[in-house]
Design a protein around this ligand. Structure first.
Ligand code: CP
Length: 306
């Protein structure tokens, strides 16, 4: 999971590293001056609500000075490259840069040129490791698996536009590392069997056939900004086939939970009443995001050294 001080992916994550980080986030055993005298930049080339604000808050709670930068209004419009933008920000003396970028591989690219710690806050359709950590924390707490983080026997459906989703890739890796089994559910083009093979997950195209057997349904937005609209036939009744509505939610196990990394499109992948129901742990995922990002930032700066 860690490459030196950088957190770039959950692919091939060490389960013991995952569990240690989740323990720390659960117990909130942070030194609240852990980042005192340190500076953290959030560098976002793509829009965000949850990730950017929670990283910023997490860094502030640990005593860091925080600068939030977005590409809108920046010198990117004058043709500055990703690496030059990164070097410019790093040269101002930041200890950690939290980066989001629409291109897969962008976080690793800058990490290869970095002296500071680089945290991947989402790169294209590739990875979003801290979202997966937040989701594992919220799920473990909801299912009473938060002592030992052993997810053996837990089955999770990741539903919707899996092929465009960095959340699906990061969650598939993290959840399976903790012992869960994962099924990708969606239309053929959004949940292709090749993706399932690559991620080691099952694949299904009938949501109703899967929902009754899962302990969690993680609903995904259709990522129109990555061209996902072309994956569906014209006029395809998406909500009818793959939307988690109240009737479908009622057929889930009593103990099963509903998840969504956000942002949600109510009435498309999830009906509003389901998102707001007692089954939903969506707001807990957001809350878990702050604790997980505190643990990640503390660990990153510790790995960076003096
Ligand atoms: N889940 C997630 O990454 O949300 P934001 O785009 O709002 O950060």
């Amino acid at each position: 999971m860690w490459t030196g001080p950088h957190l770039l992916t959950t692919h091939d994550a060490d389960p013991e590293q995952l569990r240690a980080l989740l323990d720390q986030a659960r117990d909130e055993t942070f030194a609240h001056d852990a980042l005192s005298g340190r500076a953290v930049a959030t560098v976002f080339f793509e829009d965000s609500t949850r990730t950017r604000v929670s990283f910023s808050l997490a860094a502030q709670r640990l005593g860091a000075r925080v600068v939030d930068w977005t590409s809108k209004g920046s010198s990117v419009s004058k043709g500055e490259s990703l690496i030059d933008t990164f070097w410019t920000i790093e040269s101002m003396g930041f200890d950690a840069v939290v980066i989001r970028h629409p291109e897969s591989g962008a976080a690793e690219l800058v990490a290869n040129h970095a002296r500071c710690a680089v945290i991947n806050a989402g790169d294209g359709s590739h990875q979003h490791p801290t979202q997966a950590l937040a989701d594992a924390l919220a799920l473990g707490e909801a299912l009473d698996r938060d002592r030992g983080w052993d997810f053996a026997g837990v089955r999770v459906a990741i539903v919707g536009d899996c092929v465009s989703s960095r959340v699906a890739r990061s969650n598939a890796a993290a959840l399976q590392a903790l012992g869960a089994s994962v099924v990708l559910v969606g239309p053929q083009a959004m949940a292709p069997k090749e993706l399932g093979e690559a991620l080691g997950c099952d694949v299904a195209h009938d949501l109703d056939a899967v929902l009754g057997e899962v302990d969690a349904a993680m609903m995904l937005r259709i990522q129109l900004e990555r061209g996902a609209g072309r994956l569906l036939p014209e006029g395809f009744p998406y909500h009818e086939h793959f939307g988690l509505n109240r009737l479908r939610a009622a057929r889930m196990k009593d103990s099963a939970v509903v998840m969504h990394p956000g942002p949600m499109n109510r009435g498309v992948e999830i009906e509003g009443v389901v998102a707001d129901s007692d089954r939903s742990i969506i707001r807990k995922q957001v809350e878990a995001g702050v604790r997980v990002r505190m643990a990640v930032l503390e660990d990153a700066v510790r790995r960076l050294g003096a």
